[in-house]
Design a protein around this ligand. Structure first.
Ligand SMILES: O=P(O)(O)OC[C@H]1O[C@](O)(CO)[C@@H](O)[C@@H]1O
Length: 661
């Protein structure tokens, strides 16, 4: 064992005063500039809201470096100043009308309820508990028309480069297109390429599952660890969680294990690898870019775990990759033969239907089950692309989302599935929705005059009821989406109980939506002899909007349907708000600043520096960073090359956790 060294950089050094405030620095070479810094001549001189100026789209067409197709100019123009249109104004005026109604009253109108009840391929959606009337829906559809929603949907499905800031098509819908469909972008049909990769996934996963593909020591690979973060993690985790207890999928997964490693926290590494043996483990490194810091460090860490026991040659049998960047996959040491490609027209958060999800999930459940998932997603894509807006479930979800967020002023959405199997739906949708629509400028770069985006959160019922439902019943108004299932994945009916366990769960699904909508009045409370002093506390104002979605069962097929409902719902919102839902510049700044801190920490370690961070940090950061480094300086670590963050996993390979001097 090498001698332990104390890592000390910024101790309690006298005279370490406040440091200069942050200075702006040039972006490192090779790093893309944030959108505001990208040269966009068409936008030159257009400050803030484009109100009153020449529309940015036409400015762009006068002097843009990258010409937009006439169709895209039309769509960009349709996105400008949507809030200045008569259709928008009509909805603003309509708010006053709606405020004079109460859901308690609206729900008495059976004709209205019928109008707001929709069904597609056994998915039932009930919008009658939204604060809307037939007129509201008509006005929302007028707004959708003004925003050219139909053309935008068509542009997406037709492979137009609607992701303007990255000059990319948005074609995740092609990932679930049947073999015989044609979808073109840049003049080429992408469907054959999609199926080439799907066929490769089927062939590889069949071999691993039937034991034709063995590990370095000749053992079958029964355990899979998928390393990836964000879109390369949340979607696959959602689907895996949804299928674990489904009967057919469960049968197919017998004797197999699928785990995820996302966080760069060594604690997550320890938990992901706990109890696994390298000789029976297959590692899938999932990263669209193959540059994400967290994923790459985790991949190097797990590669070390693997090769420490099995030797370097084991990588070819035990590590595979999913990426659009096959060059970096090769440089990492993974055989390109063992790489599964996808394309820049698939956004990370929309990638679960690509090899990102299909590879790890097919290893666990078999390709045939996962093909059902693709079919379910395609079914809803088709419904979305072809149905009239008023009967189109993703469009209705999107329109009511815009109504609640932008016009009624309710910024959040609670996603409340009444099945534990959908417990990872809300975390996945959080990323899809908030990374897509959390934007402050419209497509042309002008500042929005309203707030776009939605704050999404959620928990399965009934757990949520014992957590945050108090607030949604009597505190803030939070629109809710309830998801119920007719046939549970697991059936339990105890002798002597009045209802089955699943019915018990579903009683709550029905009750909560009505409790939110109708509430309870002081008059009703008095009739129940509630003491006057308690009446204000026990009153439920009601009038709290929700949508209920009911599915026949939760299978790979219906999980695919749910995914497409949400992905397309979110696209509708973005199309109406006139923003680019398919870029994510907002995640860049934090990454750049983390690199600065990393460089500083590395300097401290390698140069045993006796001075604190010298530039680029503000006083607060310097102070806290000093405290962190000072605390670390008191810890005893083994030599860096021996520090292996699997202390909790395998005593043979690991040092004990650090201790205090
Ligand atoms: O798949 P990658 O390239 O590792 O990126 C992971 C995630 O990081 C982000 O770029 C930012 O969080 C997401 O959009 C993406 O899903």
């Amino acid at each position: 064992m090498k001698p332990a060294v104390a890592e000390r950089c910024l101790g309690n050094r006298p005279g370490l005063g406040p440091l200069p405030v942050e200075r702006s620095r040039a972006l490192p070479r090779g790093r893309r500039a944030p959108v505001s810094a990208v040269a966009r001549p068409g936008k030159a001189g257009l400050k803030g809201n484009s109100k009153g100026g020449v529309p940015a789209a036409s400015k762009r067409s006068q002097g843009a470096t990258r010409a937009l197709s006439p169709a895209m100019v039309e769509l960009e123009t349709a996105s400008l100043q949507i809030s200045q249109t008569p259709e928008w104004k009509a909805l603003e005026d309509h708010v006053t009308e709606i405020e004079q109604t109460h859901l308690r009253v609206l729900l008495r109108d059976a004709k209205r309820s019928e109008f707001l009840f929709h069904e597609h391929n056994k998915i039932i959606s009930d919008f009658s508990r939204q604060r809307v009337t037939e007129k509201t829906i008509e006005l929302l559809i007028n707004l959708a028309d003004r925003a050219k929603l139909r053309k935008k949907i068509d542009a997406m499905f037709n492979g137009e480069k609607i992701n303007l800031t990255e000059d990319r098509a948005v074609l995740h819908v092609a990932l679930r297109a049947p073999r015989n469909q044609q979808i073109f972008t840049d003049g080429a049909d992408v469907v054959p390429e999609v199926w080439q990769v799907l066929d490769k996934i089927k062939s590889f996963t069949d071999k691993v599952r039937d034991g034709t593909w063995l590990g370095a020591t000749g053992k079958p690979l029964t355990d899979v660890v998928a390393i990836g973060i964000g879109g390369s993690f949340l979607g696959p985790l959602f689907v895996h969680t949804a299928l674990r207890t489904e009967q057919t999928a469960g049968e197919e997964a017998k004797g197999r294990n699928l785990r995820f490693l996302a966080n760069v926290d060594p604690v997550d590494v320890a938990r992901a690898l706990n109890g696994l043996r390298p000789e029976t483990t297959l590692i899938v490194v999932v990263s669209k870019t193959f540059t994400t810091a967290e994923t790459m460090l985790n991949a190097r860490t797990v590669r070390t775990w693997l090769t420490a026991e099995l030797g370097k040659e084991a990588v070819s049998k035990h590590m595979v990759a999913v990426s659009t960047n096959l060059k970096l996959v090769k440089e990492f040491g993974i055989d390109p033969e063992n790489a599964f490609a996808f394309w820049d027209w698939v956004g990370g958060r929309y990638s679960v239907c690509s090899a990102v999800g299909m590879l790890p999930l097919s290893l666990q459940y078999g390709f045939d089950i996962m093909e059902q998932f693709l079919k379910g997603a395609h079914d809803v894509d088709d419904h979305f692309r072809t149905s009239p807006f008023g009967e189109n479930i993703p469009v209705m979800l999107g329109l009511t989302g815009v109504w609640n967020t932008t016009f009624l002023g309710y910024p959040s959405l609670a996603i409340l599935p009444y099945t534990q199997a959908l417990s990872k739906l809300a975390p996945h949708i959080q990323q899809v929705s908030m990374e897509s629509n959390g934007k402050g400028v419209s497509l042309d770069g002008s500042k929005l005059s309203f707030e776009a985006g939605e704050i999404d959160f959620g928990e399965p019922g009934t757990n949520g009821q014992h957590s945050f439902y108090q607030l949604i019943h009597q505190g803030r108004v939070v629109p809710c989406e309830f998801i119920g299932i007719v046939k549970s994945q697991q059936s339990v009916y105890l002798k002597g109980e009045v209802v089955s366990n699943h019915d018990e769960l579903m009683c709550n699904f029905f009750a909560q939506a009505d409790a939110l909508a109708t509430g309870k009045t002081p008059v009703e409370l008095r009739a129940e002899n509630v003491p006057d002093s308690l009446i204000p506390h026990k009153t439920f104002t009601g009038n709290r909007p929700s949508t209920s979605v009911l599915l026949p069962e939760l299978t790979a097929y219906t999980v695919g349907q749910i995914l497409s409902l949400y992905e397309n719902r979110i696209a509708v919102q973005g199309f109406i708000w006139g923003i680019n839902s398919f870029d994510q510049w907002g995640v860049e700044l934090g990454k750049v600043l983390a690199s600065k801190v990393r460089a500083e920490m590395n300097m401290c370690r390698t140069q045993d520096r006796k001075v604190g961070p010298s530039d680029g940090f503000n006083h607060s950061t310097t102070k806290l960073l000093n405290r962190y480094l000072d605390g670390k300086a008191r810890l005893l670590y083994p030599e860096p090359e021996d520090v292996f963050p699997c202390d909790l996993i395998d005593a043979d390979h690991c040092r004990p956790p650090t201790s205090y001097q």
